[in-house]
Design a protein around this ligand. Structure first.
Ligand code: GAL
Length: 814
């Protein structure tokens, strides 16, 4: 154990005064954390205040209007040369301008250290405590800590906290949200000295089924003169203490130690075991020990590596990423983060067989990482969409010089202990990838990441293979990642020194749930008069491709290490290919729509990615009045190799997947089927030619009833939990009426409230937060929020015009 600093008479005096103080105060506050998510007031104009809880997104209620952030520009990345109106580019919601939040809080008398931890505030947050500026962060996507010790009242009386925000126009290529859209917490202690809030770093040096070696580093906030010890307690997933030991601080107030765990339960997406790591800061004064601070972290024991021979390895086993890119918005909830919504996303993605997400193109929320840790989802945590060179007028280019180091530092210090994160991404299609400056910046970013976290590889999505090779950009990456450019994989790969290649962004196939055009031809940049895209999954952009094209490379080329599909869910903004079309305000790229309802593509990915369960999915729906006798192609998405299709009992032929064909390698397609109402039946066969299952789709009769299905009928009475209720209009046999567009109304009574609705129609201008919405292709999702009191809640869905009405009972429990 080493003494910190020089001993002088004065210092000894300070030490003894302080230590007496501490011994007294230690009894009551070592370390406290308090959520500050409730009881805020919010204003946009400085005079009309409304009561809100955070996470809060001030813009999500709309109204939708193309005037908000109407970007008259040429999107160079999309090959546009002439400036035109891009109406829905950032969501057509009122997120630009200023907003102010305030609330009061108090800390107990004797508090010596207090800090506010913001998980993100959009944007440019200035934090005032009792009227004085206590802190500021420029980037709306990052977490930051404000030390408010010098600004709080020491006598325990109330403090006024105010957060001023401002969003600039043309600062985003998608909907950023607006407001304090992620949680805020207050951390306080009666000790000046404590553990740095983000000071822990746990590095798994190696891990296999027999043993794991774990390195721990921790730093002390404001170390004073004294001897400090760190007590480390590791508890296994079953709650058994595995190890407990203490380690002394070095001369700078840092801890550094290493220990071994035998027979660890390794973290993988399939077995997301979490251990609890408790770190306690102990001060030793004249033989008397006292705990100054304590932190608990959920950690996972797993090793990661990328190498020429095996590509990406998790716990020594190489695997290819089955990943999706996700923007941070949660559809009808906007950017306001919610754990139940994140859990639903991950549950749906895991069922599809995905094992990874890329937090494109920004820092993830802490809640999202906690959900990925506990549910088992690997993460590529990204940071920027641009560096110094601009993609949009007021983007990160304004902040780059002053902020990039601080932003990367916060990203990594905040998130480095999450086992789910397996890679950092420092950028996406950076305009400087053409220039030597770009390579220099990339190198500096990589160095900083390695310094803060020596265990994870670093990447950056590249989209200019030739330029990236010429400028050296592709050569310095730990993980070279191409966004699209599949036609360049085979030819440029040999020039990459790393020996493997990631599809850092793939597909960008566009489709609309339940919407089909005839014929089912493949096309790029196709636009239809009604502003939708084909549900046959045959349309993409000029720079992008179909899922099948990526799989060919992933399956046939041993040097590919997986992909991150653009995107898992539809998101607000970027309504490509309808960037210049109004109304259209959200994306078509999602495998699931904005409401979280699966498009047909979900089943295509599931048939290929989910190796645990079988998939048999037929498309399109079979209700086509007016198409009698017309060619209406039928596809089956299944993991089985062959199938026979029947229309009203008449065989349409038994077919098999064909490795030599672009679209028949992974899909079964009958392209000459003539529509007749009735029954479509597919019988699938396994590799031995044995019948393995079947699926039936029927023509819908008259709408008979509303079907209400909750993802979780029982939710927690915590004021935040959500139930997502899928509403479908069905005929008397339960068949979906696929063209139903009835206007529905919603009300919730009892221990919950109506939160939002979404039907997945990118061209709809109906606000999510109003309790009425049209069905889109027969379906929509109503989001119901728990109150903080237990009880029953009843959701009523009514169609005034037809008189149809249905209720659903939800349980809200403590
Ligand atoms: C990529 C870009 C994404 C999104 C996507 C649409 O080039 O990285 O942010 O714009 O295109 O296809």
């Amino acid at each position: 154990m080493r003494r910190i600093g020089l001993l002088s008479l004065l210092a000894c005096l300070c030490l003894s005064l302080q230590s007496q103080d501490m011994t007294k105060e230690m009894e009551y506050i070592t370390h406290q954390e308090k959520s500050l998510n409730d009881n805020w007031q919010f204003t946009r104009d400085g005079s009309n205040w409304q009561n809100v809880n955070i996470p809060h997104d001030w813009a999500i209620s709309g109204p939708f209007d193309k005037k908000w952030d109407l970007q008259v520009t040429a999107i160079k990345e999309n090959g546009e040369e002439r400036a035109t109106e891009h109406s829905g580019r950032s969501g057509a919601l009122p997120w630009i301008g200023r907003g102010t939040y305030r609330r009061t809080f108090s800390v107990p008398p004797g508090t010596k250290y207090a800090a506010l931890v913001f998980d993100g505030a959009m944007a440019d947050p200035h934090v005032y405590v009792n009227g004085k500026l206590a802190g500021h962060w420029a980037y709306g996507y990052n977490a930051f800590i404000v030390n408010i010790s010098d600004y709080i009242h020491q006598d325990g009386s109330e403090n006024l906290l105010q957060v001023d925000l401002e969003n600039l126009e043309e600062s985003n290529r998608w909907y950023p949200g607006a407001g304090i859209y992620r949680p805020v917490k207050l951390v306080y202690s009666s000790h000046v000295t404590g553990l740095d809030h983000w000071g822990l770093s746990t590095n798994i040096l190696y891990a296999n089924d027999w043993k794991a070696e774990i390195e721990i580093k921790h730093s002390i906030r404001t170390p004073l003169l004294g001897d400090y010890l760190l007590r480390i307690t590791l508890t296994d997933p079953d709650g058994n203490d595995i190890t407990q030991f203490t380690t002394p601080a070095d001369g700078m107030g840092n801890f550094h130690t290493q220990f071994r765990v035998l027979h660890p339960k390794l973290w993988t997406p399939e077995s997301p075991w979490l251990y609890n790591l408790k770190t306690e800061l102990i001060e030793n004064l004249n033989g008397q020990e006292g705990v100054l601070d304590c932190q608990n972290h959920k950690i996972g024991i797993r090793s990661i590596r990328v190498c020429r021979e095996h590509g990406f390895e998790l716990n020594g086993v190489s695997r290819k990423f089955k990943g999706v890119c996700l923007h941070h918005d949660l559809g009808p909830l906007g950017a306001a983060v919610n754990k139940a919504a994140l859990i639903r996303q991950i549950r749906l993605l895991k069922d599809m067989g995905a094992d990874a997400i890329r937090t494109s193109h920004n820092m993830p929320s802490t809640w999202q990482m906690e959900v990925c840790d506990s549910m088992g989802m690997m993460v590529m945590a990204e940071s920027f969409d641009a560096w110094s060179d601009a993609k949009v007028k007021n983007g990160y280019n304004r902040l780059w010089d002053e902020w990039w180091q601080r932003d990367i530092t916060n990203l990594i210090e905040n998130h480095r202990n999450h086992p789910s994160i397996v890679m950092w991404s420092v950028g996406n299609e950076i305009p400087e990838q053409w220039k030597p400056e770009g390579t220099m910046r990339y190198t500096k970013l990589i160095e900083l990441c390695h310094k803060l976290d020596p265990t994870r590889p670093v990447t950056c999505g590249m989209d200019q293979p030739d330029a990236d090779l010429a400028s050296g950009f592709a050569l310095v990456a730990d993980v070279p990642g191409y966004n699209y450019r599949i036609k360049r994989y085979e030819e440029t790969f040999p020039k990459l020194p790393q020996g493997f290649l990631l599809g850092s962004e793939t597909a960008s196939t566009v489709s609309t749930r339940g919407h089909y055009y005839f014929p089912d031809e493949c096309g790029e940049n196709k636009m239809w008069p009604d502003g939708q895209c084909s549900g046959y999954d045959t349309e993409c952009c000029w720079w992008s491709n179909l899922p099948d094209d990526d799989w060919r490379l992933q399956d046939d080329m041993p040097w590919t290490i997986g992909e991150f599909v653009w995107t898992g869910f539809d998101y607000l903004g970027e309504p490509t290919p309808y960037d210049q079309y109004w109304p259209s305000r959200s994306s078509y790229f999602g495998i699931l729509d904005l409401a979280g309802l699966p498009k047909d593509r979900y089943w295509l990915y599931r048939s290929h990615w989910n190796t645990q369960e079988h998939t048999i999915h037929l498309l399109p729906h079979w209700t086509w009045p007016g198409r009698e006798g017309k060619v209406t192609p039928v596809y089956c998405y299944t993991d089985y190799p062959s199938a026979e299709l029947f229309v009203n009992g008449k065989s349409q032929g038994r077919i098999s997947k064909d490795k030599s064909s672009r679209l028949d390698r992974y899909r079964l397609r009958w392209r000459e089927v003539k529509y007749e109402p009735g029954e479509l039946r597919v019988v699938v066969y396994d590799n031995n030619g044995n019948k393995a299952g079947e699926q039936v789709v029927r023509t819908a009769g008259k709408p008979a009833r509303l079907l209400l299905e909750a993802d979780r009928p029982t939710i927690k009475a915590d004021g935040n939990d959500l139930s997502f209720v899928t509403v479908s209009l069905v005929d008397k046999n339960g068949t979906l009426c696929p063209d139903a567009a009835n206007q529905l109304e919603f009300s919730v009574k009892g221990a919950a409230t109506y939160k939002a609705a979404c039907n997945g129609d990118a061209t709809s201008l109906e606000p999510f937060t109003q309790p009425t919405m049209k069905l889109f292709h027969g379906q929509l999702v109503v989001v119901v929020q728990a109150s903080d009191k237990a009880g029953n809640a009843t959701l009523t869905v009514r169609d005034r015009k037809s008189g149809l009405k249905q209720t659903l009972q939800l349980n809200v429990v403590k």
